[in-house]
Design a protein around this ligand. Structure first.
Ligand SMILES: *Cc1c(COP(=O)(O)O)cnc(C)c1O
Length: 497
């Protein structure tokens, strides 16, 4: 009996493509027009605003089961999402440590999604763009072309990938096969007491335990104390540990302190340690002509984590890890997969990019970096970094001129720590007052700053990683902090009477 082919014409087959391409085009044009206005008028809107109850409850509706016109979905986005941003693209957002995004990057994210390529690898143009961006990152920080690297979600993953390679190289056994329990002498990693929390997460996830990360004291400049580091390494060797890796900070998240990277490179060499630099804030200072000297020594690292979504202002997310010894990098992550065998021709004929990290599928995050670098040129990005650092010093100067403000950690780069300090208040009262100032600045939509504690002193922290900030924004901040400080102080006094 002959088998009949199934009837193709009567099957009802669906697709996600628009029913009407003309409608789709009109809506996309409107979204672009709205986006241009959104960015153009950013200064006229509050940095942040609280979401009304109706908006919050609009995010609690159940799973949509049936269809709805895209124009209605877009209207909802325009009404409930776009007006309530975190605020980091605003010229007066200086909280934590973010980038402020850029239009070209947004366009690139759209185009990348339109092409939809998977950067797990393969022979296609997106993979070439990805490789080129990694090569440009090497070039920006003075790493050799022979180094390897990969784009990841951000600095945390970049640091994690690097520390995994460091562990595997220094373990003395095949950790991938045998696991950390088989390591003879427990490994020790070193970083300053200002190190970013992602290192702790990485060390824990690597199975070494938080105790394997030694926090070394810092001097009054909040840079790692090299004598204390040397002593700790010697002590650990005597106690039967295996010193494996020293992590240098090119810009700490607390105050922007930059460890003496040249000295750390020398020490790592002498002690036979892996030298990793967390450059999520400051590695890119290497492209800033007036400040590049601050990160000298970076180019000697075995691995570097850097963050294009910070000082290159790429829209979230994109981080980058570079490893000097490409073979060691590959040896930490490569796996032979039957279903991903390389061919001599065709899509599978190129290198698999997923063999340099933990992800298999990878987004086309390279395009937003690539397009912005082509459009502006690296020199402009370097000047913007210099500009933010000069603004940090400018703000320091304003604080010095204002008797009611106290500098807590003067800016070395673009992070300024200070507090409102009227006479006669103890530390607890000062903290309460400054937290209230910080929240009022946010709630009134004036500015977003965050807070921290430096050497036991609570303070406001201003991280100027923002290409839209002008000096006038910083003088406004100083005026508003003093105004709010007075206002809250008077209210508190009235309440306590
Ligand atoms: C931001 C930051 C990180 C983490 O990077 P993400 O991109 O947020 O994952 C790590 N180290 C330092 C010094 C940072 O500033």
């Amino acid at each position: 009996m002959k088998v009949q082919p199934p009837p193709a014409n009567r099957a009802h087959e669906e697709t996600l493509d628009p029913r009407d391409w003309a409608d789709a085009r009109a809506l996309a044009h409107r979204a672009v027009d709205d986006s241009i206005a959104y960015l153009r008028d950013i200064r006229d809107r509050p940095v942040w605003r609280d979401m009304p109850r109706e908006v919050r409850s609009s995010f609690e509706t159940p799973l949509p089961r049936l269809s709805m016109p895209l124009s209605d979905v877009y209207r909802e986005v325009a009404e409930t999402v776009m007006p309530y941003p975190m605020g980091n693209i605003h010229p007066r957002f200086w909280a934590w440590y973010m980038g402020s995004s850029n239009f070209t990057g947004a366009l690139a994210d759209f185009l990348a999604a339109v092409q939809g390529s998977n950067l797990g690898g393969g022979d296609h143009a997106a993979a070439k763009v990805d490789e080129q961006v990694v090569n440009w990152c090497k070039e920006m920080i003075g790493f050799p072309r022979s180094a390897s690297g990969t784009l990841v979600s951000g600095g945390s993953m970049a640091n994690t990938v690097a520390l995994i390679v460091a562990r595997n190289v220094k373990a003395g056994i095949d950790v991938r096969e045998l696991g950390v329990a088989a390591i003879e002498k427990p490994l020790r990693f070193y970083g300053s007491d200002q190190i970013h929390s992602c290192h702790r997460k990485a060390i824990e996830a690597m199975g070494l335990g938080n105790g394997a990360l030694q926090r070394i004291a810092t001097g009054s400049d909040l840079r790692i104390d090299l004598n204390a580091l040397g002593a700790s390494i010697a002590q650990d060797r005597m106690a039967g540990f295996q010193p494996a890796c020293v992590i240098g900070n090119a810009g700490t998240v607390n105050t922007g302190a930059i460890d003496d990277l040249q000295a750390l490179a020398d020490l790592a060499k002498k002690e036979n340690l892996w030298f990793h630099v967390d450059g999520c804030i400051g590695a890119l200072i290497a492209i800033a002509p007036k400040n590049a000297h601050r990160v000298r020594g970076l180019e000697h690292a075995d691995s570097v984590a850097l963050d294009p979504h910070k000082w290159l202002h790429a829209p979230f997310e994109v981080g980058c890890v570079l490893v000097r010894d490409a073979a060691a990098h590959l040896a930490s992550f490569s796996v032979a997969q039957e279903y991903l065998e390389k061919t001599t021709r065709g899509i599978a004929s190129a290198e698999w990019l997923y063999e340099y990290g933990l992800q298999t599928s990878r987004g086309f995050r390279a395009l937003k970096v690539w397009m912005a670098l082509k459009e502006h040129g690296v020199e402009k990005f370097g000047r913007l970094i210099d500009q933010n650092i000069a603004q940090g010093h400018y703000l320091d100067g304003l604080i010095a001129l204002e008797p009611l403000l106290e500098s807590v950690a003067p800016a070395t780069i673009n992070i300024v720590c200070f507090r409102y300090r009227p006479p006669g208040l103890d530390e607890v009262a000062l903290k309460r007052l400054n937290v209230e100032i910080m929240i009022r600045l946010q709630e009134d939509g004036i500015a977003a700053v965050s807070d921290t504690t430096v050497r036991g002193k609570h303070c406001l922290r201003v991280a100027i990683n923002n290409h839209r900030t002008r000096r006038s924004d910083l003088s406004l901040l100083v005026r508003e902090v003093v105004r709010l400080g007075r206002e809250i102080g008077i209210r508190d006094e009235a309440e306590s009477n």
